[in-house]
Design a protein around this ligand. Structure first.
Ligand code: GLC
Length: 442
């Protein structure tokens, strides 16, 4: 049997991607985004099978999504899926732009694609993602979390099939929490105080590391800080901005102060996305880390982690009078409205979203299933114990603005918040950003 070619980069050991791997991932991904690869004419039907393509951002894990595709190809003899690996989700904005260019060509490639949850509205409103209602019924949809299903709908139609969820969480060093106060901090102020104490005692180089790079992840960190202070980016109807309000300004000011006032975060966080901050934490250099669930298995892997057995994970802190908030992330499956073979595309998508594959993704990538039943799975609870305890975090996560204009909204947010963090004129920058957002969504 012919195997679909995929993934030039494999990590030798379990669950990690080194700096080199990451560069290679990015390089390969950019190439894959180019017209040449994505727009390649279809190969003739592989051994009598219908060939379709699947494009996805590459997540860090002990295997790749290409391995899942291989398993699908081996599981039946009607459909052959060709895997197109895109850059990792830390390049969410660029991956979106590349995918949009390709989908706009209208040639049906890729037939199936994974969608960052923030793309769903835009892909649906543009008519690129096919509504899936003809393929699903209540018996099927009732097996998914309601919140995830809601995030997969646009204009009342299901335009993405739930796959996995990702949420921001707080990682901490259990040994240092023990030494510096005992209880895991629940407010940002307590966290900052404890981080500072550990830093001053020489137990950690940094109190807290996070992601301040001008990229999608900065929006995620900002949403969490703002929502944990009872603020929001947009009003409930999505038509006006709330980012100039005191709750939001105070939250961004806090992020700025972690670097400049409290000095618990290095100014390097302003150029870090997920992996650089993760590496600093698993090297043992920081007491606290904000990141996604993929970090958990890496932190347990002695070949890359200096902190095995000393890491806890829980909800992020909140401001006094607020409550913990976690950004809703994750990737869902979309069908190209121009696919030449809807049935083949559906066969593959529904296989990817089935319990068995979701469990495999949870075990091997540390990503949250969109099926509640899997949270009771014994093997999953044993291998990824944080997942069950964080079920409320997974299910109660805060969405980024849901709008077909998200691509514009995020670019404005990335640039405005980044300016505020760099120049320290937080209130002025947030006011300017707020008017800009009003212009986009109003
Ligand atoms: C994570 C999330 C995704 C988010 C991205 C930002 O991969 O799943 O929703 O946009 O990080 O870097």
């Amino acid at each position: 049997m012919t195997k679909t070619k995929h993934t030039p980069v494999r990590s030798a050991g379990p669950a990690h991607v080194t700096k080199m791997d990451r560069r290679a991932f990015l390089a390969t991904g950019s190439a894959a985004l180019g017209a040449t690869t994505l727009g390649m004419p279809r190969r003739a039907r592989a051994q009598g099978r219908t060939e379709i393509s699947f494009a996805s951002a590459s997540f860090f894990g002990s295997e790749t999504f290409g391995d899942l595709v291989d398993s699908f190809n081996e599981s039946q003899d009607r459909v052959m899926v060709r895997y197109l690996e895109l850059p990792p989700p830390s390049s969410s904005t660029e991956v979106y732009q590349g995918l949009v260019q390709q989908l706009a060509r209208g040639n049906g490639t890729p037939d199936v694609f994974s969608q960052d949850v923030i793309w769903i509205a835009g892909m649906a409103a543009a008519g690129w993602a096919l509504p899936l209602d003809e393929f699903v019924d209540d018996a099927m949809t009732s097996q998914y979390f309601e919140g995830t299903l809601a995030a997969c709908k646009w204009d009342g139609k299901l335009t993405a099939l739930p796959w996995f969820m990702d949420t921001g969480m707080m990682y901490y060093r259990t040994d240092l929490v023990e030494k510096h106060g005992g209880a895991v901090p629940t407010t940002w102020a307590e966290m900052a105080k404890m981080g500072k104490a550990a830093q001053e005692a020489g137990d950690a180089e940094f109190g807290f590391v996070w992601q301040g790079k001008q990229a999608e992840v900065l929006v995620c960190d900002a949403v969490e800080a703002i929502a944990s202070n009872n603020g929001a980016i947009l009003s409930e109807d999505g038509r006006s901005s709330r980012i100039g309000e005191p709750e939001a300004v105070e939250a961004i000011q806090f992020l700025h102060d972690t670097i400049n006032e409290m000095q618990i975060s290095p100014s390097d966080v302003l150029s870090w996305d997920e992996e650089p901050s993760r590496q600093v934490f698993t090297n043992g250099q920081s007491m606290f880390l904000r990141n996604w669930s993929y970090v958990w298995p890496i932190a347990q892997d002695p070949s890359v982690s200096e902190v095995v057995g000393k890491v806890g994970a829980g909800p992020l802190p909140h401001f006094e009078g607020g409550s913990s908030a976690s950004t809703l992330g994750g990737y869902q499956l979309g069908m190209n409205a121009n696919t030449a073979d809807r049935d083949a595309a559906w066969e593959f998508m529904s296989w990817m979203s089935a319990p068995e594959q979701q469990k495999r993704v949870a075990l091997n990538f540390g990503l949250g299933p969109s099926r509640p039943a899997l949270f009771d799975d014994a093997q999953l609870n044993e291998e990824q114990p944080f997942m069950a305890t964080l079920r409320p975090v997974f299910t109660g996560a805060t969405a980024r603005p849901v709008t077909p204009e998200y691509a514009k909204v995020t670019l404005a947010l990335q640039s405005g918040i980044s300016k505020a963090l760099v120049n320290g004129q937080v209130e002025d920058e947030m006011k300017a950003l707020s008017s800009q957002l009003d212009g986009i969504v109003g």
